[in-house]
Design a protein around this ligand. Sequence first.
Ligand SMILES: [Fe+2]
Length: 254
Amino acid sequence: MSKIFSTGIYESNHRVDELLKKDRDIILSYLEKIKSGKVILFRNEENIDFCNKLIRYFHSILACTFEKMVPITYKCENYVRFSHNDPRAIVPLYCDSVSFFPWNRDKMDLFSKYSKFYQLKNIFSGANQFRYIDANISENTTARIAAHFYPVGTGHLGCHLDPVGDHQEVTCTLLLSKPNPSNGYYLLNENNDKIYIEDKMQPGDFYIGSPIIPHGVDLIQGNYDPESLDGRWALLFPVNKTIENEKIGDSIKI
Ligand SMILES: [Fe+2]
């Protein structure tokens, strides 16, 4: 898998829903920036009160749901995952997560609320703008909204690259909260320096970048408390392969 390096942040003048109404040339000019290593930042895509509401919602799911191994297939269940330094993981990580699929209903109607992010991704991929939004899979790939929690004291993710292709050209992240100090999530630049892009962001900010920039999450410093909500919370909007898909590879550890 080829890789590129971070060249910094470009702050969008438009909100995502405004950008979707622009000419394709303008939208695709953002993709060129992403391919040159820029992260595109959209400030205040969500308000902070709702970010906190989402954190409480995800935390309540994590607190009262047992982990279940659910292969990704059409109409599979939503699931919870406790990835606690499992030696079988391709990329080392400690992260609690909740995954939502478009065919399942949930209390916060996440897919209706955030379909705009998938519309943007689909345009970047040259696909139908509304792919996945009709709650179907497409060529053995599906949208999956993932809430990620990196707890203070234990949360981390090894440096890696993610697969890129027709299913997704970009990765999308809505930052819900960040630890203090915030140097958790990083990208590598051409000197292999870690660039902590979330230092310049606030909860509610949304950003898009290339999956093939090496990236990871440094250990979130502090004392671990299994009941605490403290740490890095983010909502991700990936497109993933179903279990039947043999074309798309896995993430690669750097
Ligand atoms: Fe990743």
